[in-house]
Design a protein. Structure first.
Length: 129
């Protein structure tokens, strides 16, 4: 075994769903015999352009002993953002999932602006501004 695979006692990876399969395998190799903690949600994968492998987080536990922790309350986003995301998610999916995060009142409502452009060119200008 190479020295790099024995260098880490603990490896922690956030946003695991945005890694592609090769990156996920590299993380596993670097963890070697140490502990490996991965954090993420296959529902939040946004890097399909680089061949992200969100299924990797769902299949991560196959064949090994893990502790899986499901979060039910969003501790990061404002409540309006969580509510809008849940509504959008429901409108885009065929099935209803019980894993959707609930807003945390202490986060506050936040500021949300819904903006639409009439064309792709107008959208590019709007975003640039």
């Amino acid at each position: 075994m190479c020295a790099e695979r024995q260098q880490f006692d603990h490896v922690i990876v956030d946003e695991f769903q945005d890694l592609n399969r090769a990156e996920q395998m590299l993380v596993d190799l670097l963890a070697g015999q140490g502990s490996l903690n991965v954090i993420g949600s296959e529902d939040q994968s946004i890097y399909s352009f680089k061949h992200a492998h969100p299924e990797g987080i769902a299949t991560f536990a196959q064949g090994i002993r893990v502790h899986d922790e499901t979060l039910s309350v969003c501790r990061h986003c404002p409540t309006d953002v969580v509510t809008l995301a849940k509504q959008l998610d429901r409108s885009q999916r065929d099935c209803q999932r019980s894993t959707a995060l609930e807003p945390r009142r202490e986060n506050g409502a936040g500021d949300v602006e819904i903006v639409q452009w009439g064309s792709l060119a107008a959208e590019a200008v709007g975003i640039a501004q």
